[in-house]
Design a protein around this ligand. Sequence first.
Ligand SMILES: *[C@@H]1O[C@H](CO)[C@@H](O)[C@H](O)[C@H]1NC(C)=O
Ligand SMILES: *[C@@H]1O[C@H](CO)[C@@H](O)[C@H](O)[C@H]1NC(C)=O
Ligand SMILES: *[C@@H]1O[C@H](CO)[C@@H](O)[C@H](O)[C@H]1NC(C)=O
Ligand SMILES: *[C@@H]1O[C@H](CO)[C@@H](O)[C@H](O)[C@H]1NC(C)=O
Length: 167
Amino acid sequence: MRELVQKSSCIFFFLVISWSALAQTKTIKPNEPCKHIVLYYHDILFNGTNVANATSAKAANATKLGDFNFGMLVVFDDPITEDHHLLSPPIARAQGFYFYDMKDTYNAWFAYTLLFNSSEHKGTLNIMGADMMGEETRDLSVVGGTGDFFMARGIATFRTDTFQALL
Ligand SMILES: *[C@@H]1O[C@H](CO)[C@@H](O)[C@H](O)[C@H]1NC(C)=O
Ligand SMILES: *[C@@H]1O[C@H](CO)[C@@H](O)[C@H](O)[C@H]1NC(C)=O
Ligand SMILES: *[C@@H]1O[C@H](CO)[C@@H](O)[C@H](O)[C@H]1NC(C)=O
Ligand SMILES: *[C@@H]1O[C@H](CO)[C@@H](O)[C@H](O)[C@H]1NC(C)=O
């Protein structure tokens, strides 16, 4: 896995985002999200030559502390689609960064904005938290939103769909 991450790689995972918003307080039930959306995130790491295809790039190299990319920072502008096909029309962009911050396993800490600009959704959702890549599902926090997602609060659940190296 380290090999994949350090060379060129692409990660596809899907997010199930559940959120509630102030604008919808009347319909909020304490234990149930008032909205639910499933999205696919595609990340192709720049490897020095794949300029046309890469959607993210290493902005700081890994340190030599541990074997799990500790310290590596990746900035991304990734397409978000409604199904798992990379070439489907994107319905949003995910823009932000992640960095690896654990010595003994792969843990990417994410902070990013989902920008929606389609006829269906306009606005942003802001997501942050730890992505313990070895776990089957990871919950990150939806810390806010604008537009259609005004004052959103919720959970984004990550699940890895495909992980592949492009060598
Ligand atoms: C990269 O992008 C080019 C141009 O859009 C495309 O022809 C090519 O198939 C892509 N390569 C991969 C590996 O996705
Ligand atoms: C990043 O780290 C790798 C592995 O230690 C090394 O091979 C590579 O040369 C480094 N790249 C830069 C730009 O420092
Ligand atoms: C949203 O899409 C419209 C129509 O394509 C475009 O004119 C506008 O600049 C876009 N806004 C942003 C913030 O990308
Ligand atoms: C980078 O990725 C592209 C597309 O997958 C591949 O054709 C190319 O050989 C890779 N370059 C390096 C240096 O790994």
